[in-house]
Ligand binder design. Sequence first.
Ligand SMILES: *Cc1c(COP(=O)(O)O)cnc(C)c1O
Ligand code: SF4
Length: 394
Amino acid sequence: MNNNLVVIENQKLQQEITTQPRSTKRPRDYQQISLYKDVNPLDWEDWRWQIKHRIRTKEELEQVIKLTPEEEQGIKKASGRLSMAITPYWATLIDPEDPNCPLRRQAVPVAFEFAVGPHEMIDPCAEDRDSPVPHLVHRYPDRVLLLATEHCAMYCRHCTRRRLVGEHEEGSSSSRFDAAIEYLKANRKIRDVLISGGDPLLLEDEEIESLIQKVRSVSHIEFLRIGTRVPVTLPQRVTENLVTMLKKYSPIWMSVHFNHPKEITKRSKNACDMLTDAGIPLGSQTVLLKGINDRPYIMRRLMQELLKIRVRPYYIYQCDPVRGTQHFRTPVAVGINIMEKLRGHTSGYAVPTYVIDGPGGGGKIPIGPNYILSQAKGKYVLRNYKGKIYTYLE
Ligand SMILES: *Cc1c(COP(=O)(O)O)cnc(C)c1O
Ligand code: SF4
């Protein structure tokens, strides 16, 4: 971008930030929703109750929000893999009147999901190809992804692993990870295991503990992390018992998945606090989603609000070209522009890395604004966040 343009853009950004009103609408208390008005508060706080009472049908959802024709069609078609499942907790955060509510769009299927856009694939990151044994994806030299379950608390409509996740019978025998553990033992270069899914925190505490113990028993594994969305979609799952168990296996890091400032509630903050207080550092992986968080001021607020609850923004993902997600995908320029408006304009801790997962199995590739204007022997010409030019001599 021409430097004058950068300056003008920044002036526009300042205006945008100061003139954008924050939504004053508060999420509803569950007692305000007829479907939940008689629910016992102890049940409401019980994650198993939340799972059991997830909204799975049009009839239930209609009692919480007013459906659009696109949503009615979407719900009818979304059966099997990535069927609709919305935790009552999440449902209370949805704006019942606004079809563009960011939480609603992440949870309620629409007819667009059943259209296949150009370049879209079933498994865009070629995870199945890079899977040497069941439940394991080995792409990078020193780390692996271990897919612990195919269930999640809520099914996100933009999910990259929609080919895998959803409600169905799943083998729960404790031997199902044996081949994966053997593979870890045999590959001494692997030092980092990312337990993900699906959502591993949907397993029972004992199953999670047993899996952690197995991974920890491999002597060359030095870094363990868990990828989960429950602090956002089902914060009730973060119980004292779970946290006490995880604490025993410190150090464990955790990647959570926040996409919009409205997802940061007292309840999700409380879940994050419990994890952080137990010594588990939290990072957020955010997916750039059209109409949800594709405005610089929204993304900036999300990143700043995350810091306030001690979650470090880790990645912003370009929405993968997975089948049925075209209505969520923005041009790459939108993401680059967002990064332009984060770096320098706010705390460095609030600036994650924007990545594209290289289609076909390239792994995460960082992209962002270009700050090097020219490069010659011993001389770099750089621009800063305001578009001013500086020369660095080597
Ligand atoms: C994202 C990912 C990882 C972890 O990557 P980091 O950049 O270390 O967070 C590992 N394996 C696979 C297959 C992944 O997609
Ligand atoms: S929680 Fe993660 S794996 Fe599960 S549906 Fe959402 S994006 Fe997909």
